[in-house]
Design a protein around this ligand. Structure first.
Ligand code: ACM
Ligand code: ZN
Length: 768
């Protein structure tokens, strides 16, 4: 935190001296080299900016307008250097392209760089040296607009520091893209990859093929259904949900980004992920098949461009011509991922092509496709990027590989002497959950907390120095299947992008999670001023439970992502106040209770409270006999998984769930002796996108001898669309009865509306 001493005398702020230490510098990404000196530079309305050309003036305007908004005044340009109180740009051609040096003294600020890129980053660093209130859109009072005297020598570790936005699965307009560019610049990121084409929407105006956006940009609205459960649409039904960017809008985006040293990379998918194009122009597909723009998930992707027809290549070359006229980037991304080539196996055009070209299989045919497009794109003076599938069947001679299925594709491509951008889904896919699924909006399964992003490294240990040279950098990818609004998009991107920025900019040796966490609050305060809906998941307490059924107890461990976090908890649903117990070691629970926990700051809970309701019951640890065995991929923690007290979460891979595919679930619980019972509760999960459905009927029976059973209740629950993932306890209550055996039968939906086999998922059967 800044230590600022301010003396308020009468109505005037008289003294504005400040003392800074290294720890007060909270810049993210951390500069490569920074020395803090005594004294400060004081900004005032008399501060001058000495810019020597229009481009420098444009660069400086971003910071000036921040002052204008937050203070009402701004530093002004001047052609003449005053004695003191000025910012000066200097050019040093010996520096690297994105490097900058920043000398702040009480007299002046000098930013030295080879070119504008470095000057932009010098100014972004000044911005983060300023009090967070510089981000305010309204005037703020009583802020001391000083920055510490520092000497900074800084430059990025990697030249490719990117973010991918998927505009296809949900459309995001020009304004949001521009906003995102500002945020990338703040974090010294320099690539915005726009995923403009996919099955569920074509998002770029192509003048020669107007149906791409007249038809391909619009889908039938099934937004009330979870992505992968959406039904196949009738090609004759008109799409109403979607949108696209015009060429003018895209040019505006490109220009805006360039002024912030960000290049915009267009991705035009081929040969798969193009249902939207085939919906517009069926002749691009092997069998001229008429399809509608899919409203949701498509798997496997078999409606792909025909690799045999010449008209496919004419079309794609025309499209690329228009794309190149919009995007000045050196690279054009041509996708290449996830093509299921079954149509190619039987299509006469594709078969003829394979014969003529001497191609042994459809992988080689895809390689032919990519190589041919690469040749065309190279002829226009551009390079291609493709997802790592372009390695299959032989890599195009000059292609750069974006490694997403882990880092293996990147390792192989670099071995072959190709450039690589690392985007392994294990660390770089920001569409994946960043916190406990129970607390998060619906997202892709998996877990990529901020810590994991922070510990990512684009250079893999096993790479030789020669291979490492081919690693251009990395990027975060935000696939938008579940991202329906700009707020959700921001939530998934931030603050994880701050962690990614540091991975890509700062020297590897400088990376330190504990240190990062001390700088993070300042960045978050800036995000607050900017109105960014960033996630606070890293602060939220999460629990890991372990059962000891012999002792009839469970142990719960609590944590969040911060080292030495002050986590406190209470039991029995008490208030989480200053009486709360400081968490040090796992908590032993021996009976029904409600646990609440939170991160504390200055003796007060901050952020969302974690709550766990723990219910002990009469069946805990008792023998279960199933009529149909549970699925081998979902065994919970074995035969007693449904009576182990520990409840499953919305993460159905959490090891607490047992599942039945198509089969009904029928189980007998032996309570070992006759006892009085009055309720049976079945804990279930529904996640229709993953093929998991609540039972359509549940029946409970009791018996004293295990032979003759009496039905004590049932629940009938017909299928209903569920747009979320949901945990539900189905309770069957009945008159107090003496029984030793309890039987539960839950009926499987068996077939989903989409025609797929359905799962039942259960985590606990509670008998009371
Ligand atoms: C990808 O995630 N299919 C590149
Ligand atoms: Zn074909």
């Amino acid at each position: 935190m800044r230590i600022i001493k301010t003396n308020l005398l009468a109505l005037f702020i008289l003294v504005s001296s400040a003392v800074f230490a290294q720890k007060d510098i909270t810049i993210i990404p951390k500069p490569a080299n920074i020395q803090v000196k005594e004294g400060v530079f004081q900004f005032s309305k008399d501060t001058k900016i000495i810019a020597s050309n229009a481009a420098q003036k444009e660069i400086a305007t971003a910071l000036m307008s921040k002052f204008k908004a937050a203070t009402g005044w701004q530093p002004e340009f001047s052609n003449k250097k005053p004695k003191s109180n000025y910012i000066e740009f200097k050019i040093d051609k010996n520096l690297n392209r994105e490097a900058y040096q920043l000398e702040v003294t009480s007299k002046s600020i000098v930013i030295t760089a080879k070119e504008n890129a470095g000057l932009i980053y010098g100014l972004e660093t000044i911005r983060q040296l300023l009090p967070t209130a510089i981000e305010s859109k309204n005037q703020v009072a009583n802020v001391n607009w000083t920055i510490p005297n520092v000497s900074i020598k800084d430059e990025p570790r990697f030249q490719w520091r990117g973010l991918m936005l998927d505009l296809s699965r949900h459309f995001f307009d020009k304004n949001y893209v521009i906003q995102t560019i500002d945020r990338l610049a703040m974090l010294k990121m320099n690539v915005l990859h726009l995923h403009l084409v996919d099955d569920q929407g074509w998002r770029i105006e192509i003048k020669k093929y107007p149906k791409l956006t007249e038809i391909g940009a619009w889908r039938v609205n099934q937004e009330n259904v979870i992505w992968n459960a959406r039904l196949t649409v009738d090609p004759n039904e008109k799409g109403t949900y979607g949108g696209f960017l015009t060429q003018e809008e895209l040019k505006e985006i490109v220009k805006y980004a360039a002024a912030k040293n960000i290049q915009v990379i267009p991705e035009i998918e081929m040969p798969a992920h193009v249902s939207s194009a085939i919906a517009a122009y069926p002749e691009l597909a092997c069998f001229n098949q008429k399809i509608g723009v899919p409203s949701g998930g498509v798997w496997p992707i078999t409606d792909i461009y025909c690799a045999g027809k010449e008209n496919t290549f004419e079309f794609l070359q025309d499209v690329i011509d228009e794309v190149i006229a919009i995007f000045p980037s050196k690279y054009i991304h041509i996708g290449g991922d996830e093509a299921t080539k079954t149509n190619w196996e039987t299509c006469p055009h594709c078969q003829k092509r394979m014969q003529q070209e001497g191609l042994k299989n459809v992988h080689e045919l895809q390689s032919y496709f990519v190589k041919r497009m690469e040749k065309y794109i190279n002829s226009k003076g551009k390079k291609v990027i493709g997802w790592d599938e372009i390695l299959e069947g032989g890599l195009a001679p000059d292609a750069t590989v974006m490694s997403w299925r882990g880092t293996e594709g990147g390792i192989e491509a670099s071995k072959q002497g190709h450039d690589v951008i690392m985007t392994p889904e294990s660390h770089c896919y920001f569409n994946i959950y960043q916190g406990s699924q129970n607390e998060e909006p619906l997202a892709f399964g998996g877990f990529i907390p901020m810590t994991k992003v922070y510990h990512f490294d684009p250079v893999v240990d096993e790479m030789t120095p020669e291979q490492a040279k081919h690693i251009l950098g990395a990027q975060a990818n935000l696939w938008a299947e579940y991202i329906e609004s700009t707020q959700e998009s921001e939530y998934m991107i931030f603050p994880r992008l701050g962690a990614m920025a540091e991975v890509l900019w700062s020297p590897k040796e400088a990376r330190n999670w504990n240190d990062f966490t001390t700088r993070l609050p300042s960045l978050l305060a800036r995000f607050d001023y900017l109105g960014i809906n960033y996630s606070k998941s890293a602060y939220l307490v999460s629990a890991a439970s372990k059962a000891n059924l012999d002792k009839k107890q469970i142990k719960i461990a609590l944590k969040n992502e911060f080292p030495n976090a002050d986590i406190r908890y209470v039991l029995d649903n008490k208030n989480l106040d200053n009486q709360a117990i400081k968490y040090t070691d796992s908590i032993t629970i021996q009976g029904t209770t409600i646990l609440k926990a939170s991160l504390f700051k200055e003796d007060k809970p901050v952020g969302k409270v974690f709550t766990d309701s723990i219910q002990f019951h009469k069946a805990v640890g008792n023998k279960l006999t199933f009529k149909n065995p549970y699925h081998e991929n979902y065994k919970a923690d074995g035969p007693l998984g449904l009576v182990n007290i520990i409840r499953g979460s919305k993460n159905f891979h959490d090891g607490q769930w047992q599942a039945w595919l198509v089969d009904d679930m029928e189980v007998v619980i032996d309570l070992e002796k006759n006892q009085s019972i009055h309720q049976v509760t079945l804990g279930a999960l529904e996640n229709q996108g993953s093929g998991i459905y609540f039972p359509t009927e549940i029946k409970a029976f009791v018996s004293t001898d295990g032979k003759t059973y009496k039905e004590v209740g049932k629940i009938i629950r017909p299928f209903a669309i569920n747009s979320n993932s949901e945990l539900k306890d189905f309770k069957i209550s009945f008159e107090k009865t003496n029984a030793r055996f309890v039987k539960v039968i839950a009926t499987n939906l068996k077939k989903s509306p989409k025609g797929e086999s359905s799962f039942l998922f259960f985590d606990e059967i509670l008998v009371d």
